[in-house]
Design a protein around this ligand. Structure first.
Ligand code: ZN
Length: 160
C-alpha cells in the first residue's frame, strides 16, 4: 500500500536542525502513526511522503515556509510580570501557556526586562529548516471514525 489521502502511515523519524542536533526522534520508541492528508504533520513532509510505500527510507529537508512557518518578529513582545501568578517560576527558555481566542497558545520566555518578561509567540521551530530521516514502517487504510475525526486512533483509545 502507498501513502495517500486517508491512509494511516506509521513511520520512524529523526528530526535534526541544520547543525545536525537532534530535535526529536522516534528511535527507541514506537514508530509514529499519522493520518495522511489531514495536516497532522508539517505540509512539506506530508507532500514529500505522498505516494511512498512501506520500506521507503529517505532524508527529507523541509524549508521553514513548509514547516512551522517563518519567524514573525512582531510576535515578540513584553509582558508585565503581574500578568503571571506570583508563585509561578519563570526562567528564560521556559515555555508558558495561555488561553487565546482560538485555543491554547504557547509562548517562549526570552529574557527578563526591567518591568516584566519578553515573550515570543513564534513556534519554537519557526524559521528553521527541518531535516527529517524517515522510514515508513506501515501503511493502512484509515477507519471511517479516524477519517471523521481527522486523526489516528490507537487500539487502546477511548471514544472522544
Ligand atoms: Zn478521534
Amino acid at each position: 500500500m502507498k501513502t495517500a489521502n486517508g491512509m494511516v502511515v506509521t513511520m520512524h523519524y529523526t528530526l535534526t536542525d541544520d547543525a545536525g542536533a537532534v530535535i526529536d526522534s522516534s528511535q527507541g520508541r514506537e514508530p509514529l502513526p499519522y493520518l495522511h492528508g489531514h495536516g497532522n504533520i508539517v505540509p512539506g513532509l506530508e507532500k514529500a511522503l505522498e505516494g511512498a510505500a512501506v520500506g521507503f527510507k529517505s532524508r527529507i529537508t523541509v524549508s521553514a515556509a513548509e514547516g512551522y512557518g517563518e519567524r514573525n518578529p512582531e510576535a515578540v513582545f513584553d509582558a508585565p510580570r503581574d500578568q503571571f501568578p506570583d508563585d509561578m517560576e519563570i526562567a528564560p527558555g521556559m515555555q508558558v501557556y495561555a488561553e487565546g481566542p482560538e485555543g491554547p497558545v504557547t509562548f517562549t520566555v526570552i529574557e527578563f526586562t526591567d518591568n516584566g518578561v519578553k515573550l515570543d509567540a513564534n513556534h519554537p521551530l519557526a524559521g528553521m529548516n527541518l531535516n527529517f530521516e524517515i522510514e515508513i514502517m506501515d501503511v493502512r487504510e484509515a477507519t471511517e471514525e479516524e477519517l471523521a475525526h481527522g486523526h489516528v486512533h490507537s487500539p487502546g483509545d477511548h471514544h472522544h
